[in-house]
Design a protein around this ligand. Structure first.
Ligand SMILES: Nc1ncnc2c1ncn2[C@@H]1O[C@H](COP(=O)(O)OP(=O)(O)O)[C@@H](O)[C@H]1O
Ligand SMILES: CC(=O)N[C@@H](CCC(=O)OP(=O)(O)O)C(=O)O
Length: 309
């Protein structure tokens, strides 16, 4: 008998796809019903193709029974708008010193342009999203962030006035839960309202951490423009615990925007979030690879070895 070509032999590319799906099965089972808070940074937002990928990933999470909650940044976009209107701004430890005028512009850019753009990307990917800021339903009550720094020469502690930079004091999870349980994806701009009625500009990482803690999220993903937390030689630190992060700050390994990011991760895991991940939002579908495959990406921050299921 001569060998006949087997027309029914599966296409290797299709087989690889089926394998990917079966590899995802244990993760799908593990995470069904869990809440993931995803912070999408302004730096990772620049490219429309990436924004579309990101929206598709979030819609996919929702479709497989995970509860995604998106918090977005927009630092570079606020910077561009401030430049356009000729207002200068400076950063202290990764936080923008915010005058009343800066807060107004930050709110306009974050709650207006960026929030609605993300909502429409998610809608275009077939999901349903509702954009809110901490002002909506008064769900994030903020107060003025108090920062102090010790003068290295005199060792005297002094107060640094960052203006209308807010710190979330109370997060009313019922507003977010109402959106999620209605089958929609909450998309949150990092603006809060003070008891004093003032608008507060909140660092988006800080906002995401506060939301993740209030929701008792399983994961907090911080999507940014680097592979994760890097050591002084530029190598990726794949796992970190709160004590190590304090040391990285003291020895100058982390600086700028990485400071509020890691402060947030520490505070979130200490408040009951299972784990936080700092990862590269510029890699297409990075979040799906992190969640549904055995290859972790970025830096995983957790309180103890047991915490991550
Ligand atoms: N040790 C470090 N590892 C990685 N990035 C670091 C580190 N220290 C400082 N950074 C800076 O933190 C930046 C990420 O924070 P940020 O610019 O606020 O991003 P995003 O807009 O995504 O929140 C990186 O692009 C990098 O410049
Ligand atoms: C107080 C403070 O720094 N607020 C940030 C809010 C936006 C933000 O955090 O955006 P990224 O995540 O893209 O950096 C700002 O004004 O830039």
């Amino acid at each position: 008998m001569t060998d006949q070509p087997n027309n029914h032999a599966p296409d290797p590319a299709m087989l690889a796809k089926a394998e990917t799906l079966t590899e995802a099965l244990p993760y799908l089972q593990r995470y069904a019903g869990k809440t993931f808070v995803i912070k999408y940074g302004g730096h990772a937002m620049g490219d429309p193709a990436l924004a579309r990928n990101f929206a598709e990933d979030v819609v996919l999470l929702k479709a497989v029974g995970i509860n995604p909650v998106v918090v977005h940044g927009g630092g570079p976009q606020i910077g561009a708008m401030l430049e356009r209107v000729g207002v200068e701004s400076e950063f202290v430890d990764g936080l923008r010193v915010t005058t009343k005028e800066t807060a107004e512009i930050a709110e306009m850019v974050l709650s207006g342009a960026i929030n609605k753009e993300l909502v429409s990307w998610i809608e275009r990917a077939g999901g349903s999203a509702i954009g809110i800021s901490g002002k909506d339903g008064g769900f994030v009550k903020a107060s003025k962030l108090r920062r102090t720094a010790r003068d290295p020469d005199s060792n005297i502690e002094r107060i640094i006035d960052l203006g209308f930079v807010g710190e979330p004091k109370r997060v009313d999870r019922s507003v977010v839960d109402t959106i999620s349980t209605a089958g929609m994806i909450p998309v949150i701009a990092p603006i809060g309202v003070g008891e004093d009625g003032h608008t507060y500009n909140i660092n988006a990482d800080t906002m995401a951490g506060a939301v993740a803690a209030a929701l008792r999220a399983s994961r907090l993903f911080l999507l940014t423009d680097v592979a994760g937390v890097l050591d002084k030689q530029g190598a990726l630190l794949t796992d970190l615990f709160p004590g190590e992060i304090k040391r990285l700050r003291e020895n100058g390994t982390i600086s700028g925007g990485m400071i509020p990011k890691l402060e947030t991760c520490v505070s979130a895991v200490l408040k009951g979030v299972d784990a936080a991940v700092v990862m590269d939002g510029r890699v297409p579908h990075a979040m799906l690879l992190e969640i549904f495959t055995s290859k972790g990406a970025g830096t995983l921050i957790r309180d103890d070895f047991e915490a991550v299921d």
